[in-house]
Design a protein around this ligand. Structure first.
Ligand code: ARG
Length: 431
């Protein structure tokens, strides 16, 4: 952790700013001082995105922060947020590995921690008023400390990018020279998100410039790459037979999967704020790991567990997406999911080829796959005769119902005769 301080100003309230080093939060330092008369403590949280430590801390101070620090939270991010997501096979709307969403609670937690340490009453972040991230920060922060006040300058002070650049020039704010990209991006260890520009027309195929982590699948190598991921109780612990810590494992797998064009996602997604938005994601490692984890569960969990867990997985994804990490339901949901992972240990071999990723091999000391029971060849241990008895009992309710609900045409001869007789008796009684 690197912390630097400038000369202390006269007693003013403090605000902890989630500082990304980009245009918005650079301008925010000045705006928070100017508009709110606050001392700004800029905190750059490293969740696996560029840029470098020295650059960002020094720049925050030059731009007027009283204190700036760079905190590497990658280990915490992987172990306490990404791994629980992997255990939950976390794909929002069955497709988005929550790469942006899952980083927000670890950031919210660190910001609150720093606000407490610094005695700050305010936390500021650069999210806009249209997205999910504002919800995740705000709800995450107040759930930890309801006394903290949140300021989101880009929500209060809605100006265009050009106006922000003019503001920066007028106030001597140093902004990092950046190519004027038509896209809005977010990037961390678990993946990259991209929206705006040509993507706003949902009929447009994502142009090549959208992709930053993956090779175009048509240009990927002509021979497949194989990776073996070792899991212990649902958590990835090794890559190609080598024990690795989570950060290194994800980084390495990102590289291999990215080279093979794996992990591109193009989706029209439902935001919490009621908007459908078209976004692309690149999550090479996440795509491979979640798919491998699911394959291992297929071998080690019983069917009813897999089916019921699916409901909890969807709930988990929704809680993460909707910014309810610190709410009352997330921990119990995780506790359930954790309890299913006791035997999710083993190795999965994935084949990566021109954008596809397929499980082609699996083994586990707790495998429920029994070749003796499964085989159609020699060594069959399945009791075929028992199947008849089982099917008799299994089919019994439906058989019974079929008898009871017989269609009139069939049932009928007897029934028809009986009712004919009854009518005749009635008639004769009348006479
Ligand atoms: N829609 C995604 C989410 O809410 C990602 C948003 C990322 N932001 C961006 N500027 N592309 O999790």
């Amino acid at each position: 952790m690197a912390t630097k301080t400038t000369k202390k100003s006269a007693k003013r309230e403090k605000v902890v700013l989630a500082y990304s080093g980009g245009l918005d939060t650079s301008v925010d330092i000045h705006w928070l001082k100017d508009k709110y008369n606050l001392d700004v403590i800029a905190v750059a949280l490293n969740v696996g995105q560029p840029p470098s430590e020295d650059d960002i801390v020094a720049r925050a101070l030059r731009n007027g922060a009283v204190k700036a620090e760079f905190v590497d939270v990658r280990k915490d991010f992987v172990e306490n947020y990404i791994w629980p997501e992997v255990k939950a096979n976390g794909l929002y709307q069955d497709i988005y590995p929550l790469s942006t969403a899952i980083a927000r609670p670890v950031m919210a937690k660190k910001l609150v921690e720093i606000a407490h340490r610094e005695g700050a009453k305010y936390i500021a972040h650069g999210s806009t008023g249209k997205g999910n991230d504002q919800v995740r920060f705000d709800a995450g922060i107040v759930a930890q400390d309801p006394e903290l006040k949140i300021i989101a300058p880009q929500r209060e002070w809605v100006v265009s990018r050009d106006e922000e650049i003019d503001y920066a020039a007028a106030h001597g704010i140093e902004i990092k020279a950046k190519k004027n990209s038509p896209y809005s991006r977010d990037e961390n260890l678990w993946g990259a998100s991209c929206e705006c520009g040509l993507l706003e027309d949902a009929w447009n195929e994502p142009p090549a410039g959208v992709w930053i982590l993956t090779v175009d699948p048509t240009k990927a190598p002509d021979t497949p790459a194989y990776v073996e991921i070792g899991f212990e109780k649902g958590v990835p612990v090794s890559l190609n037979g080598k024990k690795m810590d989570g950060v290194a494992l994800i980084e390495k797998l990102d590289e291999i999967a990215g080279e093979n064009g794996v992990g591109r996602i193009d989706h029209v997604e439902d935001r919490l704020v009621g908007i459908k938005s078209r976004e692309t994601y690149e999550c090479p490692a996440a795509t491979v790991i979640i798919s491998a984890h699911r394959s291992l569960e297929a071998m080690t969990l019983q069917r009813d567990v897999i089916e019921f867990k699916r409901i909890m997985e969807q709930k988990f994804c929704q809680l993460v997406y909707d910014g309810q990490w610190f709410g009352g339901l997330r921990e119990p949901v995780n506790a359930f999911i954790d309890s299913t992972q006791q035997f999710v240990t083993g190795t999965i071999r994935m084949k990566l080829y021109k954008g596809s990723c397929t499980c082609v091999g699996r083994k586990s000391p707790h495998s429920l796959y029994d070749t003796g029971l499964a085989t159609y060849s020699k060594g069959d241990t399945f009791d075929h005769k028992a199947a008849m008895g089982f099917i008799y009992v299994w089919g019994l309710p439906d058989q019974t119902a079929a008898r009871a609900h017989v269609v009139p045409a069939k049932c009928t001869k007897k029934t028809a005769k009986t009712s004919a007789k009854k009518t005749a008796t009635k008639k004769s009684k009348k006479q």
